[in-house]
Design a protein around this ligand. Structure first.
Ligand SMILES: [Zn+2]
Length: 375
């Protein structure tokens, strides 16, 4: 078995020290694969003066030139022949700025190992029949937005009885299905089974606000879960207090604390970071995270900078090291106090790029629906 496959089927997903050697070997194997199969990637590396021989230990991985996600939105790079690609997905882009992501069989196999172990570790797998509220678009053939697929895939972590979507496909368009959601929730409460919510924080806030305004106060099953995707601050156009949302959720649904789980991920870096009981994103064995200053130099713990994500997961596309437009800060694992020893990062916001407001724009569009009255 190659190093990459071995890494993605390890147990103990937060034991970074034990997997440092395996991770390094998987990264070197991955860089060799991409430089051999993607001429553009090979060119980028050589233009940056990179030589794989410079990476001798895990401490050297910062030397791998990170590719900005902004670049990937304009240039799609493949390391696999097109006919070997499956599970295609794109990010929610406006004005033609779209990131494409596709997995080949080998990347999908690694993804499977990772998702299984991550879901078990985070106690997201349940055999109890569960009802779902998906705070996003109903999947359809004409919608390739990555978030839709993520939300849909997550609904398989517990056997689904019924799924209700916030944005329903009526054949030609998407319509806001608020009444459908309200009725489903009232029905779900009576059934006495767990409910899982999936979506962006802003969508969830919109829902609980709407429920409280309609005087709906539910007490959902204690094993219910709210799974919120995305770095917290990215999805708000206005400052929203996390504690306020948690309080509103307790009032409207009876769900708070451990019932609410967030995860962070990017299309160009499909590693799920779930928050720990103290709401921190610890780094799992599948990736390493580097924070860089504006001169691209790595900075230490406690210093804010640009978030650089590194993983050998993908064999279909050369996403070994990607530079996001997130501003983040790293902390040593021990600082959290939850017992997980791997370091964690906090997303502080976006690196001031005005045109990257897609998700925030989507969220505010949804929030404006009420005022405008139409989708
Ligand atoms: Zn923690």
């Amino acid at each position: 078995m190659n190093f990459g496959h071995r890494l993605f089927f390890q147990k103990n997903i937060y034991n970074l020290k034990n997997t440092d050697d395996l991770f390094l070997n998987a990264i070197l194997e991955n860089i060799n694969h991409h430089t051999n199969n993607c001429t553009d990637y090979a060119k980028i590396l050589s233009q940056q003066g990179f030589s794989i021989k410079d990476v001798k230990t895990i401490e050297d991985i910062y030397k791998i030139p990170p590719i900005p996600t902004l670049f990937l939105k304009n240039h799609t790079l493949y390391s696999s022949p097109k006919n070997k690609l499956m599970l295609k997905s794109t990010t929610s882009g406006t004005s033609g700025k779209v990131s494409e992501m596709a997995l080949d069989l080998s990347s999908a196999w690694r993804g499977l190992g990772m998702v299984l172990e991550t879901f078990f570790t985070n106690k997201l797998v349940s055999l109890r029949p569960t009802n779902y509220i998906v705070l996003g678009y109903q999947p359809s053939k004409r919608n390739k937005i990555g978030a839709v697929k993520t939300a849909y895939a997550t609904t398989y972590a517990a056997p689904g009885l019924h799924r209700e979507y916030a944005l329903k496909d009526n054949g030609t368009d998407y319509v806001l299905n608020m009444d459908g959601i309200k009725n489903a929730l009232i029905r779900y409460e009576k059934m006495g089974l767990p409910v899982r919510f999936m979506g962006f924080p802003a969508y969830f806030m919109f829902l609980v606000k709407e429920l409280l305004e309609s005087g709906i106060k539910l007490k959902l099953h204690p094993k219910s879960l709210v799974i919120l995707a995305g770095g917290w601050k990215n999805f708000f156009t206005e400052e929203v207090d996390k504690d306020t949302l948690y309080t509103m959720s307790e009032k409207a649904l009876g769900l708070v604390g451990d019932n609410i789980r967030e995860f962070f991920g990017a299309v160009e870096h499909p590693i799920p970071y779930f928050n720990c009981p103290n709401h921190h994103f610890h780094v799992p064995i599948y990736s390493r995270v580097i924070i860089r200053d504006l001169n691209m130099q790595p900075v230490g713990f406690g210093v804010p900078g640009m978030l650089n994500l590194i993983t050998p997961m993908m064999t279909s596309m050369p996403f070994v090291s990607v530079m996001t437009d997130d501003l983040a800060v790293m902390h040593p694992g021990e600082e959290c106090g939850c017992g997980i020893s791997s370091p964690y990062f906090e997303v502080l916001g976006r690196v001031g790029l005005a045109d990257i407001k897609t998700c925030a724009a989507n969220a505010s569009e949804l929030l404006n629906i009420k005022k405008g009255g139409a989708v």
